[in-house]
Design a protein around this ligand. Structure first.
Ligand code: ZN
Length: 298
């Protein structure tokens, strides 16, 4: 991996950079310590699973690459992190993959609670990021339904969930939702696809960008988030999911539109770090309260 964090309680990932690592650690223990064999080594914490990671290539040139990278360390590093096998097995940084089944972390794993501690107080920001990525307005009523799905499916325990991918995994851990009545404020491709496929009974208002329907007709038009995938490119983790829009009921459903959504983890990090003075948009307290109501009493 090409990112790290300095301690378990941090939630953001930092790019692996020798200068900033040296200055922020002061070259002190527990980051600079001995490995199991008694040889000096440089350690940090994995942003994905809170396990220890070993940093390679800061001081000595690597055989296969000029770029430093970090990899999981299967042992405890005193004062930094203890190795948890389950978390390692399911960490996107160790094991890039498609998370096919909605498999869960053990309920006792501390990462799940940390995810909720970020998701709940920042739920308005999560909604903002998702709206921006999908171009569809998420009303309070829709947000509430999604929160209920996430709660019922134990989204915070999903094995692909990390502290950095919270907004997208939130959407991924919901089930199919109707697009009837939704405002598509910034996704002209989606609106064009709905028209092109001549979805029965649909009426698109091109002024308000609202997906309406003919009176007395039932509109079958649904959106869901599928195929959460993680893969590495040059030690960099790339995560995506797919937004799929269909009409009809399976097995006779027809795909109208599909869009790959790349997780912009840095954007989420920047949003969380934004000071109130610099924020352009006011916080939406009602959304945070909604999240507290539904996810607060676990
Ligand atoms: Zn990890």
């Amino acid at each position: 991996m090409d990112v790290y964090k300095l301690q378990k309680s941090d939630w953001g990932e930092l790019p692996l950079n020798k200068e900033s690592f040296e200055s922020s650690t002061g070259k002190r223990n527990p980051w600079y310590t001995n490995n199991r064999s008694g040889n000096p080594a440089t350690f940090a914490v994995c942003p994905g699973c809170d396990n220890p990671i070993l940093i390679l290539g800061f001081l000595f040139k690597l055989a296969n690459t000029d770029t430093p990278y970090a990899r999981h360390y299967q042992g405890n590093v005193e004062g930094l992190a203890e190795y948890r096998d389950w978390a390692y097995e399911n960490c996107p940084y160790s094991n890039p993959k498609e998370y096919d089944r909605k498999s869960k972390r053990p309920a006792a794993d501390p990462l799940g609670d940390k995810i909720l501690d970020i998701l709940v107080p920042n739920f308005d920001r999560v909604v903002y990021l998702l709206e921006k990525d999908i171009g569809i307005r998420i009303s309070s009523a829709l947000a509430e339904k999604m929160l209920e799905d996430y709660r019922d499916w134990n989204g915070h325990l999903y094995m692909g969930a990390t502290l950095q991918n919270i907004p997208w995994v939130f959407a991924y851990m919901t089930v199919s939702k109707s697009l009837a009545g939704r405002v598509v404020f910034n996704n002209s491709e989606l609106l064009a696809a709905i028209e092109e496929h001549q979805v029965q009974g649909v009426v698109i208002d091109h002024k308000s960008h609202r997906i309406g329907w003919q009176e007395g007709k039932y509109l079958s038009l649904d959106v869901c988030f599928i195929h959460h995938r993680a893969r590495h490119r040059d030690h960099h983790l790339q995560e995506t999911m797919v937004m799929q829009v269909t009409t009809g009921r399976p097995p006779h459903a027809r795909e109208i539109y599909r869009q790959t959504i790349e997780f912009n983890r840095d954007h989420f990090k920047n949003l969380l770090n934004m000071s109130p003075e610099r924020a352009k948009r006011p916080r939406r307290k009602e959304l945070v309260e909604l999240a507290e109501k539904i996810l607060g009493t676990r």
